[in-house]
Design a protein around this ligand. Structure first.
Ligand code: HEC
Ligand code: HEC
Length: 506
């Protein structure tokens, strides 16, 4: 009787441990240290069963044990075929093997190599070289570690654009590339292996795959137009006076335009090869939403000198601005961001959207101003990087300063205590004592209340914004249909999505 109980108990333990092993249950009793994983429990229970049962069952247990040994040894051998096939598991005990799988995806399914190089001597193209991306990833966005940055650059590539590059990287988890979470994990391991240690901490996908599919479908379909008619719109709406398309002749070449100043603009011969129709549509509807690097207009002030021109390039330390003199001669100026003059800020809303990247304010409960780089911002607060630390400032508890010139020519700068510029009187604290002024009569024009000062780099598109209003719906549809044919390929190729491009050959 006692024997039967032991036999049945050991049979149950064997079954349970086998199921737990298959289900990848955490180790028992100490899961965190992987103490006694279920594979060990199963092996032990097979041995016990071999001892306690009568001969036939001993034999069954023995056979089970043999099969188990084979399966176990096979499981230890890494599956080398995964580089080309689908990835079903990643063995993080060997991070280098995971990176190797990532390399396969980088060159294969991920299509990364079609755009990115891993060779600093390769010619600089439309996509950044990824040599040492494992190290560089840590320095891209202040406050974002390397792994988080890499996760973001794969899931939401346009959230942070590497300076000097456009929004052309596809969301690789979406169709047509459609990398799975495991594949992305492997690619990240590979990217980290380029110059750095592989960080195997698990992560959550920052996107909702299911929702992303439905929202993509929810967008209205692009209007389908006639490319030939669109070509005429391109000429008549004078897009052609700024944009060149190889093979398309400008009948008014050399003439100015009375509606806008003709500027250098990107050539559009291959615009549809690397950009979606959505992007092209947005470029026309909202030129400022995204500005092609090297073509944005800026006005900045450094050491009292104002530079108005085109932002040629920009990195973490400096900008290059191209200005044009009255006589048409062009000049490039390299300006350090640290040497930009600070501008008065009269309103703390949407600082980042208005190009501010540093801020100096005095919190209401303090007498010393806080100054730092703007890291994050929402309607209520702004987070500054002050030295090595970050400081959160509430936008509603910041002291206001008054700045103005009296009619006698005296500069008045002081802390604002009460009253508005439109009131009959305003109280200002100057050198510790409160003084009352009449804003309407005591000051010259231009007096202001400001919340702080900051450095600003505000880039706008020189492309006119009135096209959406001026072009009819059908003109717009035709124009888009025409631009979608501009893939840089010849007319005979079947890949042109809508209609064919006829080159003006005469
Ligand atoms: C159609 C071209 C294209 C493809 C395909 C593409 N990328 Fe990119 N990628 C870009 C461009 C352009 C940028 C720079 C703009 C940006 O930050 O989005 C970029 C940026 C990046 C960055 C940030 C680089 C840095 O220096 O900070 C990483 C990392 C990256 N890509 C990895 C990948 C990986 C991995 C794949 C394949 C799964 C891939 N890319 C596929 C075009 C592409
Ligand atoms: C006054 C000159 C000017 C005119 C006129 C103009 N553009 Fe532009 N356009 C620009 C500049 C400059 C840029 C680059 C800055 C930016 O991204 O907004 C640009 C950008 C674009 C882009 C994005 C290019 C890229 O490489 O990503 C498209 C597409 C475009 N324009 C289409 C048009 C169309 C279509 C018209 C006519 C309806 C037009 N533009 C009229 C100056 C102009």
């Amino acid at each position: 009787m006692k024997n039967t109980l032991v036999r049945i108990a050991s049979l149950i333990i064997m079954a349970v441990s086998f199921i737990a092993f298959i289900a990848k249950a955490p180790a028992f009793p100490i899961a965190s240290e992987n103490l006694l994983p279920w594979s060990v429990w199963f092996t032990l229970s097979v041995l016990v069963n071999m001892i306690v049962w009568f001969p036939v069952m001993k034999l069954v247990s023995f056979s089970l044990g043999i099969i188990w040994c084979y399966a176990f040894i096979a499981g230890l051998v890494p599956d080398t075929s995964t580089a080309s096939g689908t990835v079903t598991t990643l063995d993080w005990t060997d991070p280098d093997a995971v990176a190797e799988i990532g390399l396969g995806i980088f060159n294969g399914k991920g299509q990364c190599a079609a755009c990115h190089t891993l060779d600093t001597s390769a010619p600089k193209g439309r996509c950044p070289d990824l040599t040492d991306i494992g190290i560089n990833a840590a320095n891209r966005v202040p406050g974002t570690d390397a792994k988080t940055y890499l996760i973001e650059s794969l899931y939401e590539p346009s959230k942070y654009l590497v300076p000097g590059y456009g929004k052309i990287m596809p969301e690789v988890w979406k169709n047509p590339i459609a990398l799975t979470k495991l594949e992305i994990e492997a690619v990240i391991a590979f990217l980290q292996s380029q110059g750095s240690e592989i960080d195997d901490t698990p992560f959550q996908e920052p996107i909702d795959r299911a929702k992303a599919e439905t929202s993509a479908e929810a967008l209205p379909p692009l209007l389908s137009g006639d490319p030939e008619a669109g070509k005429k719109v391109f000429i008549e709406a004078a897009c052609i006076s700024c944009h060149e398309i190889i093979g398309l002749e400008n009948p008014k070449a050399g003439e100015g335009n009375e509606d806008f100043e003709v500027v250098t603009a990107p050539e559009l011969t291959e615009i549809a090869a690397l950009n979606s129709s959505r992007y092209i549509e947005e470029s026309i509807l909202k030129p400022n939403a995204e500005i092609v690097p090297g073509y944005g207009a800026v006005t900045v002030q450094s050491k009292g000198i104002t530079y108005q021109g085109i932002l040629v390039s920009q990195d973490e330390e400096k900008i290059v601005v191209r200005t044009k003199d009255d006589d048409g001669t062009e000049q490039e100026h390299t300006i350090l961001l640290s040497e930009l003059d600070e501008e008065s800020i009269e309103d703390l809303t949407n600082l980042k959207a208005r190009g501010y990247f540093t801020l100096t304010v005095t919190p209401t409960d303090s007498d010393t101003p806080v100054s730092g780089e703007i890291i994050e911002e929402n309607d209520e607060t702004v987070i500054l990087k002050v030295g090595e630390n970050t400081q959160t400032i509430s936008k509603t508890s910041v002291k206001k300063q008054f700045k103005g010139t009296t009619i006698d020519g005296e500069e008045i700068v002081g802390e604002h205590i009460s009253g508005e510029l439109t009131d009959d009187f305003i109280v200002i604290k100057i050198d510790g004592s409160e003084e009352t002024f009449d804003p309407l009569f005591d000051f010259e024009e231009g007096a202001m209340l400001l919340y702080g000062i900051g450095k600003q780099l505000y880039v706008t598109s020189p492309m006119p914004t009135n096209f959406p209003d001026d072009l009819s719906v059908s003109d717009m549809a035709n124009l888009l249909a025409y631009l979608s044919t501009l893939t840089g390929q010849t007319a005979t190729e079947e890949t042109a999505p809508t209609g064919t491009v006829e080159e003006d050959m005469e």
